[in-house]
Design a protein around this ligand. Structure first.
Ligand SMILES: [Zn+2]
Length: 120
């Protein structure tokens, strides 16, 4: 599943109401596509932490157009499962990042430099 509208239509079938009731949540999950145009954009929000962040942003529940309170977490879980087939953790994504020297930060480089300058 790719487009947020497809996820929203799926939410409406699952939880009731209209696709528009759920579109803001699904748009939020996929907004990271603006930063990275292929599937790797999902590393930013498509995980358990992203689902809990959605809950903080949209509230514990939303009320759909037929008056049903739907837990935002359930909507997030549905989105991530439809895209990935499971709910990974942020660690699952981050452990796939190939470390680069700059990622260690400035301090390591300064410390390394200071070590080189210390007398024997
Ligand atoms: Zn998605």
């Amino acid at each position: 599943m790719a487009h947020p509208l497809k996820h929203a239509q799926s939410s409406a079938r699952k939880f009731g109401g209209k696709a528009e009731d759920y579109l803001p949540i699904h748009n939020w999950f996929d907004e990271s596509k603006a930063q990275f145009a292929d599937f790797r954009h999902r590393a930013l929000r498509h995980h358990s932490e992203g689902i809990f962040l959605a809950e903080k942003l949209f509230g514990f529940t939303i009320v759909n157009s037929v008056g049903i309170h739907v837990p935002v977490r359930y909507v997030g879980e549905q989105h991530v499962r439809e895209d990935l087939g499971r709910i990974p953790t942020a660690q699952d994504w981050l452990s796939e990042v190939r470390p680069q020297r700059w990622m260690y930060g400035q301090q390591l480089e300064e410390r390394t430099q200071a070590t080189k300058e210390e007398p024997l």
